[in-house]
Design a binder for this molecule. Structure first.
Ligand code: IMP
Ligand code: MG
Length: 187
């Protein structure tokens, strides 16, 4: 695995996806999106803060004209399980009316965040609204949303890296991995 030099990789119990595997999958999704949305008015809408690493990579693999923007949502706080309470901290700035909107999210966990964000975005009257999630946790959920593009399916474990954090750390890890339990327990 590639080391970025700050030693945070040592906090991982195991690596699920290397930077190379992630880059390859992102390129595949970028090609699919470019094909699917050719001739349409695509706007990517990423969810702060976890989704922006994926957005930054994905936007550069998409070969058709498109815009991007961001919405803000916070759900976890300092915990490793979802609170179920989602706070919207920022709406989009661009006009989404009649646009084909693709939501770019780091992970589909309980679905609370994506449900609230999709409800918000629908108020802007887009022509279409679909979801692209880098990771999908395989688990039972209250909100079954349809995920149009998915990077990888993962088991129901707490993962970090590639935008995903624990207490705001590890977002910068270039790989995706499972955090060592002793680090959760330390808080
Ligand atoms: P949901 O609302 O439960 O689907 O959770 C969505 C948000 O919780 C994601 O955007 C992430 O920021 C965070 N999240 C969910 N699962 C994980 C995880 O395994 N690691 C880090 N953050 C997570
Ligand atoms: Mg988070």
């Amino acid at each position: 695995m590639t080391h970025s030099g700050h030693g945070l990789e040592d906090h991982l119990q195991r690596v699920l996806f290397t930077p190379e595997q992630i880059a390859q999958r992102v390129a595949e999704i970028g090609a699919e999106v470019s094909h699917e949305y050719a001739g349409r008015d695509l706007t990517l809408v990423s969810i702060l803060k976890g989704g922006v690493v994926f957005l930054a990579d994905l936007t550069r693999t998409i070969t058709i004209p498109h815009a991007y923007d961001m919405v803000g949502a916070a759900s976890y706080g300092a915990s490793v399980t979802s609170s179920g309470q989602v706070t919207i901290t920022k709406d989009v700035d661009v006009n989404l009316m009649g646009r084909d909107v693709l939501v770019i999210e780091d992970i589909y966990d309980t679905g609370h965040t994506l449900k609230v964000i999709c409800d918000l975005l629908r108020l802007h009257n887009p022509r279409s609204l679909e979801i692209c999630a880098m990771l999908v946790k395989d688990k039972a959920r209250d909100h079954d949303l349809s995920i149009r593009f998915c990077g990888f399916h993962i088991p129901d474990e707490f993962v970090v890296g590639y935008g995903l954090d624990h207490n705001e750390l590890y977002r910068d890890l270039p790989c995706i991995g499972v955090l060592k339990p002793e680090i959760y327990q330390r808080g």
